[in-house]
Write a protein that binds this ligand. Sequence first.
Ligand code: ZN
Length: 260
Amino acid sequence: MKICRYVTRNTASPPSPRFGLIEGESVTEISGVPWGAWTRSAHFSRLADVRLLAPVEPSKIVCVGRNYAAHAAELGNEVPKEPLIFLKPSSSIVGPEEPVVLTKFSRQVEHEGELALVVGRRCSHLRDSDDALAYLLGYTCLNDITARDLQKSDVQFTRGKSFDTFCPVGPHIETDLDPASLHVETHVNGALRQSGKTSLMIYPVPFLVRWISRMMTLLPGDVIATGTPAGVGPLAAGDSVEVAVSGIGVLRNPVQAPQD
Ligand code: ZN
């Protein structure tokens, strides 16, 4: 199942976002939220007549750093002895085709294409014997945009990871997917920059869900970004950046110059 959040184009009044199911070339509206109780409605639109939004409204975005050995090495870091986690604010989220806006506070803004997990059921303190994947609603693409210079100069990751528009997510949530061996690729202006497989993760998806749930309660709709493969690099105004995860789709965003 492909779950999206969208507004219909060409409406006279300001459109209100809604969730829907993408089925072929149409979108069927659902009542409620996909991580709660929901039903199919009788309303549907042509996919061409809707604008897709970020498919999540999380209370938090939990990110995993240095989860691919080749990426840790390219930044001169050791592989962590346990998962390295940090947070991005939900205010940094943008959807497909929405601009990533650079900031005058950084001279080195970079892409990080990642597989993202969407939590479906509240969970905390999961045990090793628990089926972690059963707590997930599905999977999507995420670009963990990072001001690399600020990440290095600040002790905390917070500033470098948190500017508005620094978290593109989408284009939709795929619920029927095995996350163990997916291709994660990032292209900039059509040129391949990052290519990895989720089978290369140091800490695989079920381990991450269980481990993070022991640090903080995961709520329905929360997002976990699972780390980026090697090949991170700079973005410039005018670029077009695409994160593709096999079995899901392509998340494309234009890059804009800073606002003053
Ligand atoms: Zn990342």
